[in-house]
Design a protein around this ligand. Structure first.
Ligand SMILES: NC(=O)c1ccc[n+]([C@@H]2O[C@H](COP(=O)([O-])OP(=O)(O)OC[C@H]3O[C@@H](n4cnc5c(N)ncnc54)[C@H](OP(=O)(O)O)[C@@H]3O)[C@@H](O)[C@H]2O)c1
Length: 333
């Protein structure tokens, strides 16, 4: 059987993904012991995967080699299994391939059996997925947000940020977001009802932050110059939970805060966190996220693109800011 997949032909420059990734087709190899075959119904677009496409060796995981299929989170039904615990028809999420069909080692890919009774399966990429786990962990554990504290989240209208602001509020905090553009800020304020939103594309970010007052927790998805602006507006003993560095992903820059002295002046704690490190807490995190989702307290807008051939258009949205909420590619499964 022929399988279409996105092959990494070369390292992308900026957001020129079309020159780097090529849609190709090849016959499926026989399944090895321990492997499962998944017919992908959805692909998750995740900004962090942009780092895997660079050649930097000092990231939190080695670069993806050239010539292989692009790796990413996929959702779909098992169509063939040589792995214990997985059978055809099972709904699973795994680190698979940007392809019609993913072939993965069940253990190495983190393949997870999913409850098919969840009405909207896209939630397994959103509130019940890595974004949900990351948002909850980052606010509660790394950020150590306490009720009544002020929590600021960057990239607040994206998949991870949108959950982080809502979770901060659910934990009794005053939630603030930073996002690009009036429409996103209006969404955060009016639809999600958070305390306030700072439009970093409108200019005068410092004045907007000053008007908001000091922050106890900064859930940072961006890094770059924005981090400097926030460091000088943190309250004493504040915490900066470093989730991602979007300012660096497509530009090749490295975040190096000029206002690092504020760590001492304000007695701040800065700590990075990475979802594979707390994967074993996944079931407990999912249980809480599911309860909030089913009660209607945690919502996620989805930005859905149809068709494997349009994957790169969907992916670019993460870096141009065209999305509100979770970017997903839906396939004809
Ligand atoms: N540590 C972990 O384990 C972990 C796990 C999952 C995700 N993450 C991180 O979470 C962050 C969000 O990822 P996601 O997949 O959920 O994507 P996303 O937030 O859905 O999309 C990215 C958003 O970031 C904003 N953005 C892009 N470039 C920017 C820049 N240079 N400066 C400021 N904002 C920028 C854009 O919105 P605007 O219109 O607001 O610019 C865009 O919509 C990433 O940093 C990612 O690495 C970390």
């Amino acid at each position: 059987m022929e399988n279409r997949f996105w092959r990494i032909a070369r390292r992308p420059e900026g957001i020129d993904f079309a020159s780097a990734l090529a849609l190709e087709a090849a016959p499926l190899a026989p399944l090895a012991e321990g492997e499962i075959r998944i017919r992908n119904s959805h692909l998750s677009m995740d900004a962090g995967t942009r780092m895997w496409l660079t050649d930097r060796e000092d990231g939190y995981q080695p670069p993806l080699p050239l010539g292989i299929a692009m790796t990413g989170l996929v959702l779909g039904e098992v169509i063939e299994s040589h792995a214990e615990g997985f059978a055809p028809g099972d709904l699973v999420r795994a680190f698979g391939q940007w392809a019609d069909i993913s072939t993965v080692d069940a253990v190495m890919s983190g393949a997870l059996l999913l409850d098919p009774s969840v009405a909207d399966r896209r939630a397994w990429f959103g509130p019940l997925g890595m974004n949900g786990w990351t948002a909850l962990w980052g606010v509660e554990q790394t950020g150590a947000a306490r009720p009544g504290e002020k929590v600021l989240v960057s990239a607040a209208a994206g998949a991870t940020g949108i959950l982080a602001v809502q979770i901060a509020r659910l934990l009794g905090c005053e939630a603030w977001g930073i996002a690009g553009g009036g429409a996103k800020c209006a969404y955060l304020r009016q639809e999600l009802g958070i305390a306030g939103a700072i439009d970093y594309k409108a200019g005068n970010v410092g004045a907007q932050l000053d008007a908001a007052g000091g922050f106890d927790v900064y859930f940072d998805n961006v890094g770059g110059p924005l981090l400097d602006q926030v460091l000088t507006r943190m309250n004493h003993y504040g915490r900066v939970a470093v989730c991602g560095l979007l300012a660096d992903y497509t530009s090749g820059t490295r975040t190096a805060p000029r206002a690092f002295d504020q760590v001492l002046m304000r007695r701040l704690r800065i700590e990075g966190f990475f979802s594979p490190d707390f994967m074993h807490h996944g079931p407990a995190l999912t249980e809480r996220l599911r309860a909030w989702t089913e009660a209607g307290d945690l919502v996620m807008p989805y930005d859905v693109t149809r068709g494997l051939e349009h994957t790169l258009t969907a992916y670019a949205k993460l870096f141009t800011g065209a999305n509100i909420g979770k970017v997903i590619v839906e396939l004809d499964a």
